[in-house]
Design a protein around this ligand. Structure first.
Ligand code: GLU
Ligand code: ZN
Length: 472
């Protein structure tokens, strides 16, 4: 029987989740769900100074909002946690002791200054800096002397000398590193805290994590982490490193392009499914380029469809998916956007009329006054158009609706205007639309008039008539 798939999302709780983190969480979630496996959330808060409780709550809130449910996590312990690294020190202590007793780790007494000098020397000689093994072979007397001299010890992992560390990356394919080039590295800092590399690897192993997707900035950590797992006698986790998200110009994500937090998009009114449709396609190819609901995103997620090409985040694309989501949204959801933007009780009629023009709540705020309140000032283009239509056109429009109460009947308005002015096509429709909305795009006129109060329509025609007349 195959081992069941276990994936995890392991954020460091120091601030809000950004789209890059969310994409990582999503890929781990999609793979777990597609495989019928488990998805864990682990809070990597060993750096106490940079971690805070509000960020932990924010992570869980954001994942829940997106619908990325987790099977175990800091708020849902299942006996295989705890799912916060700050609560796992005893476990790390056991692993340190084991590695040290096996000879796979040793105390290092080098000071920061000594290490820095060595690093610069290597760099100056054109070599990649790495630890040169100063403390790798100290005997008991030498160690005692260092301690007596007041030196503090960190603990270093001893890389297997001469080893070739080869593994298969789930995204990037075969990888190969030389242990000697990586050098021995710190797994416990001199203050006793464990390093990211160490706690992350120990936890992936202890929690039975089988697969991990994470950013490609972690590629070079993998051979070190696999070496730790192997020294601890556990099956190594498989890692896949995703290309980092870039903006549409290929540069790292700017604030405008979405390095902003997820919360910024939530505030703007984006729907979770819109964000998921875009993020799932950044680094993963879905044969179907149309809208996919969440079960379809899950079903279509495949390791073979993961790609290394730069993953471009594009707000225009996001807006496209948002439009698709709006198209599928329940009327009640969109009616909430209209609250406050239209008179009470008019939300449903308003949404029916302008639905095709709503992408975000801001659009409801823009169209609400056009349909029920004040028009924005006319642009020069609109003025020219209204003036050239002539006062007589709007006079005729007013006459055509003089008996309409409640709402204007679009078909009868158009029929009468055609008859009285002889106009058809753009010569008829453009000034009509311009006088009513001060724009040339927007909802179907019939739908608009079915909700706009007749009195307001009259006011708008009258205003257009005076504008046209005053500039004679
Ligand atoms: N806490 C690490 C980070 O946020 C986790 C990296 C990983 O997924 O292994 O970068
Ligand atoms: Zn040392």
């Amino acid at each position: 029987m195959n081992t069941p798939v276990v994936t995890r999302f392991a954020p460091s709780p120091s601030g809000a989740l950004h789209l890059g983190n969310i994409r990582t969480a999503l890929f781990n979630w999609l793979y777990a769900r597609q495989q019928g496996g488990r998805f864990l959330v682990r809070i990597e808060d060993t750096d106490q100074a940079r971690s805070d409780e509000a960020s932990v709550a924010g992570v869980l809130r954001d994942l829940a909002w997106l619908g990325l449910a987790w099977d175990a996590g800091p708020d849902r312990e299942d006996g295989q946690g705890p799912y916060r690294q700050s609560a796992r020190a005893a476990l790390y202590a056991k692993a340190f002791a084991r590695l040290e007793s096996q000879g796979d780790a040793y105390p290092c007494y080098c000071t920061t200054l000594e290490l820095e000098v060595a690093r610069r020397t290597e760099l100056a000689a054109g070599r990649a800096p790495r630890y040169l093994g100063t403390c790798a072979a100290l005997n008991a007397d030498e160690r005692a002397a260092k301690l007596a001299a007041g030196r503090e010890a960190s603990l270093r992992f001893r890389m297997p000398a001469g080893a070739v560390l080869a593994f298969e990356d789930l995204v990037r394919g075969p990888q190969r590193f030389l242990a000697d080039e990586l050098g021995d590295f710190v797994i416990r800092r001199s203050d006793g805290s464990s390093s990211f590399l160490f706690s992350n690897a120990v936890d992936d192993a202890a929690m039975g994590v089988t697969h991990v997707f994470r950013g490609e900035d972690h590629v070079a950590n993998t051979p070190r982490q696999r070496a730790i797992m192997s020294a601890l006698g556990v099956a190594p986790t498989q890692y896949g490193h995703l290309p980092l998200l870039v903006g549409s110009a290929g540069a790292p994500l700017s604030k405008r392009e979405g390095s902003a937090s997820l919360q910024a998009l939530v505030q703007e009114g984006f729907f979770p499914e819109a964000i998921l449709n875009q993020l799932a396609r950044l680094g993963h190819h879905y044969a179907d380029e149309a809208w996919l609901d969440v079960p379809a995103l899950v079903a279509g997620f495949e390791l073979s469809a993961l790609g290394r090409a730069p993953a471009r985040f594009d707000r225009v694309q996001l807006l496209h998916w948002q439009k698709e989501a709006v198209h599928r949204a329940e009327p009640a959801t969109l009616e909430r956007w209209a609250k406050g933007a239209v008179p009470p009780q008019q939300e449903a009629a308003f949404v029916r009329a302008v639905r095709a023009n709503l992408v975000l709540p801001a659009d409801a705020a823009e169209w609400g006054p056009i349909v029920f309140g004040e028009l924005p000032c006319a642009s020069d283009e609109m003025r020219t158009l209204l003036v050239s239509a002539g006062g007589g056109f709007f006079e005729a429009a007013l006459a055509a609706i003089s008996l309409d109460e409640g709402h204007v009947s679009y078909s009868s308005l158009v029929a009468q205007l055609k008859a009285s002015t002889g106009r058809t096509g753009a010569a008829l429709f453009k000034p009509l639309r311009a006088s009513l909305t001060h724009r040339l795009d927007g909802p179907e006129m019939a739908a608009l008039l079915s909700v706009m109060p007749a009195g307001l329509v009259r006011d708008r025609f009258a205003a257009a008539r005076s504008l046209a007349a005053s500039s004679l």
